[in-house]
Design a protein around this ligand. Structure first.
Ligand code: M6R
Length: 362
């Protein structure tokens, strides 16, 4: 049942190129995107509110960057347990979007119920389509990741991101912010993603070697800018939940507002930095870490490595990817690092202590 892998998590990481390809095949028709019925018209909404927990919440934070940049739509992202008790105003031009692998997370379901009768539409992005969240939504967008058994979410995250990216593109089309050729270019880039993911997975051995040292650390920091900031949060969550190592994710620019005080030669600092328009800024934050003796693990592409690997403790090289899709690809080295660190520590990778796959009580 683990398909020759030692853990479900390893199997689910390895499945990502395939399930992502399937998800794309489900949503792409000819030269366009086909969403399930009843369709949406983003010209009807002024804002989108996205609500979720844990990893699903980080998928929403990445999507916020996409919706704002590609479609010009305002997005607010909330943690379900906060949203549900805050009495946030939800008006008739607000789209309420809920993301959940299980579709049964109690806080996310309660947040959805709060929006019933207030929001213009309730949309959910779920893996389990026979779930409460799916049943109570006006429109359900399945992520089609297949059963996810490992408590640490992996393939559900990258499939959530993929569906949210498609939705951001659709929003841009509806709001006349994307020409047909730009849409086509984006869809072609997406079609190349499974191949790039295979390259990332092929580096599992190299990542395992780095993870062995990381597994000896007491604290680990993850840094990223722009849409790589939520990836830093996700990398830290993944590491702490399965290896029990204390890890924090920060927006690179926040470093000097506090967390840099933690940096010394025992703290691995994992910098997620594809060569995008923010690369130089991230690198300058990284150099501040190195100037204080921090052990930097730079995750970048060949161009980024040529420009900035000097002085880093280690460098992991990902294939070049269009910057907008980097959050999907860079999820894989973050997952593999956590996985191998947990294996090195001998923890229960698929069933980490104190955690449940589906959190059905608040
Ligand atoms: O089933 P859901 O997507 O609603 O679950 C949300 C979180 O409980 C979940 O993502 C959790 O954070 C994972 N263990 C992260 O790996």
């Amino acid at each position: 049942e683990k398909g020759g892998h030692r853990h479900f998590m390893a199997k689910e990481i390895a499945e990502q190129p395939t399930v992502l390809g399937d998800a794309l095949a489900h949503y792409l028709r000819g030269d366009g995107i086909e969403l399930p019925q009843p369709g949406l018209d983003f010209a009807d909404f002024d804002r989108v509110v996205m609500v979720a927990c844990g990893t699903a919440n980080y998928a929403c934070v990445v999507a916020k960057y996409w919706f704002e940049q590609i479609a010009g739509v305002s997005v607010e992202v909330d943690i379900a347990s906060e949203f549900r008790y805050r009495e946030p105003p939800i008006g008739p031009r607000t789209l309420a979007l809920f993301v959940s692998q299980s579709g049964e997370t109690a806080d996310t379901l309660a947040a959805l119920r709060y929006c019933e009768g207030k929001a213009a539409k309730i949309v959910s992005v779920v893996n389990v389509t026979e779930s409460s969240i799916a049943r109570e939504s006006d429109l359900v967008l399945p992520i089609r990741a297949g059963a996810e058994i490992g408590v640490a979410s992996t393939k559900a995250f990258t499939c959530q991101l993929t569906v949210l990216f498609l939705l951001a593109l659709q929003a841009a089309v509806d709001r006349k912010r994307l020409e047909p050729d730009e849409l086509e270019a984006n869809l072609n880039n997406l079609r190349h993603l499974p191949g790039l993911m295979n390259f990332a997975i092929a580096q599992s051995g190299e990542i395992a070697a780095v993870a062995k040292s990381v597994s000896e650390a007491r604290d680990v920091l993850f840094l990223g800018r722009g849409a790589m900031f939520p990836l830093a949060l996700e990398g830290a969550l993944k590491l702490k939940e399965i290896s029990y190592i204390h890890a924090e994710g920060y927006a690179s620019g926040e470093l000097k507002h506090g967390p840099i005080a933690l940096v010394d030669k025992t703290v691995p600092v994992i910098v997620l930095a594809p060569t995008d328009n923010l690369f130089d800024k991230t690198v300058s934050n990284m150099q501040e870490v190195m100037a204080r003796g921090g052990k930097v693990l730079l995750v970048t592409d060949p161009k980024g490595a040529r420009a900035a690997a000097d002085g880093c403790w280690k460098t992991l090289i990902m294939p070049e990817v269009p910057p907008v899709l980097a959050p999907i690809l860079y999820a894989l080295p973050a997952q593999l690092l956590a996985y191998h660190a947990a294996v090195a520590k001998g923890t229960d990778v698929d069933q980490p202590r104190n955690l449940a796959k589906s959190v059905t009580v608040e």
